[in-house]
Structures are given as structure tokens and as C-alpha cells.
Design a protein around this ligand. Structure first.
Ligand SMILES: [Zn+2]
Length: 494
């Protein structure tokens, strides 16, 4: 048994407060292509191990790579959406290292001449907008997958599945512009939204389509100079990113406070132990002996081609949020939720197009619809209530045909049965009772049955008014028009 790593002492909150972190993220995103970066093998997830391979992605001698045009297009698409400048000439390089999941003995990546440089992404964080710089976006191929567990002889042997080898990736490198783990979280959230909106990637973190390495250092508050950074790898979920950063910041502060110095190294987030652990001393670029990939020509992207791709960019999350606020007079918060995915935003706009009032639609989608979807484990695209019928329901609530409380019940029924609001209201006799005569009869009844409370109310205990409203609403099975109930009770009790 290896000796457990001694847990560093956690610095006290007031010590921690003397330091500020500096964070930059390197995000690897799988490009949504049908085939691999340099061969015609499928990128499908979940095929039997080693069934989607060929001499090129297995790195057999003499096999030559051919660049996937679609991968380049998607890379350009992402770069444009992130305001990067597309380089007319970029070039693939060999990044040399040895590992069993890398049969070529090198990764094909871009080094001196990346596909795109100098962009930015705005993030919403703590009610403020902050611009995070993006240094570069380059294309590369992914390594294969080592399997260290799940076999009867896993104690002794590891296996390699080469299906993943050669999958096209874009690496998006941010500037060290983030100042807290939650800012890093907000950046990754915003980045993922852009990549999903532009359909560059499915961003499926469980399948490894979106992975993140974090460069993090700490410095004393007020210091200009950045501290020595460590790179934390293997952050394949939002939760791990935040937790690993929090851990790593505390660790570095503890080291500095005890008079030590930070090693420039690569660390791994150990999910089970909830800590970062040293993986290897940080390699420098020269360790990889980068040199231009001799089997591929320099990549040329004409302005015409990149303009063509720019034309096809969809409305991006920022623009959509802004438009929702301007056109529909909803709050920035609501706009943020509704534009969090293209599909949800489309649903919202379809409900409005079907005649619903925007504010009412915004509330009901966020509260009632999202709750039901969440409970049923369904995506918005699989909602049993389509935008048209949803708008019909909202119209009935808005017109007073049913009250809001009944509307919510009707909605749940629509969601589970697939029936329309009209059918459910008719079948269950749920129409709102607005007939003043009938409501007055109910209210008189309630007052007669509660003479003590009526006397107390009349003697000045105004808090009891709610009691009478509640009783009257219950007597109407929740169907009375609440406003009429209020008016009539006020009159009868005065
Ligand atoms: Zn292949």
C-alpha cells in the first residue's frame, strides 16, 4: 500500500483573504464531426473497443493523414463566435511524447501558428458582466483511451481502446483573467453555451466531449506579479472544476504561508480523495520537440471561406438575452434562464408566437414547465406540452376563465395526459366561478359557520381576513375568482 499523502493544513479564512487567485482555463472540446480529424473512421461514441480504427489513427508506418474539412469549419465557427481572428495561414505540428494511448508517438496539434487568436467572451458573474480574454483556438487530434479497470486482470494489466484516438478537438485557451473559482465556473458555463448554440460540439461531459485543465496561481492581495502556477488536469465536470480550484488555492496559500514555494507542476484532480495530487513536474514546450507536421500542408483559410461561415452563425446567447430583455420586457435574470439553451429559447418564442403574453410565458415556463420536465427527467425538446397548447392554457389564465391555481393543476394534467387545457377544464368542471351571486352565497355560508372569527375580525383583528378568503376558496374547490371573493368578503364583513 502506498503511504497516504499527508493532507496539507487548511489555511484559516482570514489568511486566505490575504491572497487572490489567478486562473486561466484550457478547454478541450470535441468537434461534432461524423469522422475523425485525419481519417475516415467514425467518431461514434460507445462502439465495441477498437472497432473504429484504421492505419492512420493507429499510427501504422506509411499511413498518411488527410485533414477533415468539417473539423476546420467547426473550429472556425467556434473561433468567430468567440471573437477570435482567423489566421489565413495556420499549421499543424507534431507534439512528441510517449504514452500507450498515443500510437503515433506524437499528437498532431497546432503550435506556433494556431487557427485563430485574440478573442473574448463576456461572462455574467455576481450581477456584473466581465470580459475574459481568449488567447487562441487551435485544432488537434485526441489520444485514445487507456482502460485501467473493469477487467478480471485489471490488477495486473491495462487495456487500450483506440476508437477515440484521432477524434478532432479544438483547444480554447483563455487569458489568466479569472479571479475566483466561481468566475471560472461562469466562464465555462458561458463557453459551453456558445459551443452548443453554434453546434460546434455536443459538449457531453460524461462522454469526454468537453474537458478542462486549469492554470492556477495565487498572489498576495495588491501584488502585481503573478505567482508560480500549477496546472490541474482532468476536470471533466463543472463541480470538479470549482472544487479542484478551491482546493488548489488553499493548498498553494498553505505552502506559501509555511514558507515554502510553489512548484511549477502538473497536478491531477483526484475525484475520490477530493484533492489535487502531483502528477509530474510541468513539462515545458521544448520537452515536446514541436516541429511542423511534414505530412500535412499548411492550412489556408481564405477570408471568403471564413466570411461564408460567419454568415451562417446563429444568434449567440448574449444577443438573444439582450433581445429578450428589449423585446419582451422581461428581467435579465429571466432572459438568462430562458436563453440558457437554444431549444428552451425557441420554445419560449414559440409560446409567444402562439399568442401568450411574454411575462406570463416567462414565469410559467421557468416555474411550472421546467419543474415538470425536471421531475420527469425530460429535455425541453421532449416536452409533452407543445408551445401551442401551452399558449392556450396561458390565455385561459390571462382571461380569468380559470384562476392561476387551477391553471397550475390543469398544466400538470396536460403534462401527464397530453390532453388540451379545454378538454381538462370541461371534463373536470374547473372553470373559474366568477358569478357574483354564487360567490356571495359561498361567502355568506363561510361567515355563518365561523361566527367567532367574524366577530373578532369586526373587532379589529384584520389578520383573520385571510382565513375567510381561504375558507371561501376551499368551498369553491379553488375555482372562485379570488378578486371577486375578496371584494364580496370585504363588503359582507364590514
Ligand atoms: Zn482511422
Amino acid at each position: 500500500m502506498a503511504k497516504p499523502i499527508v493532507q496539507e493544513l487548511r489555511p484559516a479564512a482570514e489568511v486566505l483573504a490575504n491572497y487572490g487567485p489567478v486562473i486561466g482555463l484550457e478547454v478541450h472540446v470535441q468537434l461534432k464531426t461524423a469522422t475523425k480529424a485525419f481519417c475516415a473512421c467514425s467518431t461514434r461514441f460507445g462502439d465495441p473497443p477498437n472497432s473504429t480504427t484504421c492505419p492512420v489513427c493507429l499510427g501504422l508506418p506509411g499511413a498518411l493523414p488527410v485533414l477533415n474539412r468539417r473539423a476546420v469549419e467547426l473550429g472556425i465557427r467556434a473561433a468567430l463566435a468567440l471573437h477570435l481572428t482567423i489566421q489565413e495561414t495556420s499549421r499543424f505540428a507534431r507534439k512528441n511524447y510517449f504514452y500507450p494511448d498515443l500510437p503515433k508517438g506524437y499528437q498532431i496539434s497546432m503550435y506556433e501558428l494556431p487557427l485563430a487568436t485574440g478573442g473574448w467572451l463576456d461572462i455574467d458573474h455576481e450581477a456584473q458582466t466581465k470580459r475574459i480574454g481568449i488567447t487562441r483556438l487551435h485544432l488537434e487530434d485526441d489520444a485514445a483511451k487507456n482502460l485501467h479497470e473493469g477487467f478480471s486482470d485489471s490488477q495486473k494489466n491495462s487495456y487500450v481502446d483506440y476508437n477515440r484516438g484521432g477524434t478532432p478537438l479544438a483547444e480554447i485557451v483563455s487569458e489568466p483573467d479569472m479571479r475566483s473559482p466561481s468566475e471560472a465556473h461562469a466562464y465555462l458555463t458561458a463557453l459551453k453555451q456558445v459551443l452548443l448554440y453554434t453546434e460546434v460540439s455536443d459538449c457531453n461531459m460524461e462522454e469526454g466531449s468537453l474537458r478542462c485543465d486549469a492554470n492556477v496561481s495565487v498572489r498576495r492581495r495588491g501584488a502585481e506579479k503573478f505567482g508560480t502556477k500549477a496546472e490541474v488536469k482532468n476536470l471533466n465536470s463543472f463541480r470538479f472544476l470549482q472544487r479542484a480550484l478551491e482546493y488548489e488555492i488553499e493548498r498553494q496559500v498553505a505552502v506559501l504561508e509555511s514558507g515554502g514555494k510553489i512548484d511549477q507542476e502538473t497536478r491531477l484532480w483526484n475525484v475520490a480523495a477530493g484533492r489535487t495530487e502531483p502528477m509530474r513536474s510541468k513539462e515545458f514546450a521544448h520537452d515536446y520537440r514541436y516541429f511542423p507536421e511534414p505530412d500535412l500542408l499548411p492550412l489556408r483559410v481564405s477570408p471568403a471561406w471564413s466570411d461564408e461561415i460567419a454568415e451562417l452563425l446563429p444568434e449567440l446567447p448574449d444577443a438573444k438575452r439582450q433581445r429578450f430583455v428589449n423585446d419582451f420586457a422581461i428581467t435579465p435574470y429571466d432572459a438568462g434562464v430562458l436563453a440558457s439553451s437554444r431549444e428552451l429559447a425557441n420554445y419560449f418564442e414559440d409560446v409567444i408566437a402562439a399568442g401568450a403574453a411574454p411575462k406570463l410565458a416567462a414565469n410559467w415556463i421557468q416555474v411550472e414547465l421546467l419543474r415538470q420536465l425536471n421531475e420527469a427527467g425530460k429535455e425541453i425538446t421532449a416536452s409533452p406540452v407543445a408551445p401551442g397548447p401551452f399558449a392556450e392554457l396561458l390565455a385561459k389564465v390571462a382571461s380569468g376563465e380559470i384562476n392561476a391555481a387551477t391553471g397550475k393543476k390543469v398544466f400538470v394534467s396536460m403534462f401527464t395526459t397530453g390532453k388540451s387545457a379545454a378538454e381538462i377544464i370541461a371534463a373536470e368542471g374547473l372553470s373559474q366561478v366568477s358569478d357574483a351571486g354564487e360567490i356571495e352565497r359561498l361567502c355568506r355560508d363561510v361567515i355563518e359557520k365561523n361566527p367567532d372569527n367574524a366577530a373578532k375580525y369586526r373587532a379589529g383583528n384584520e389578520g383573520l381576513f385571510k382565513f375567510f378568503v381561504g375558507q371561501a376558496m376551499r368551498a369553491s374547490r379553488g375555482q372562485a375568482n379570488p378578486q371577486t371573493v375578496n371584494e364580496i368578503l370585504k363588503r359582507l364583513l364590514s
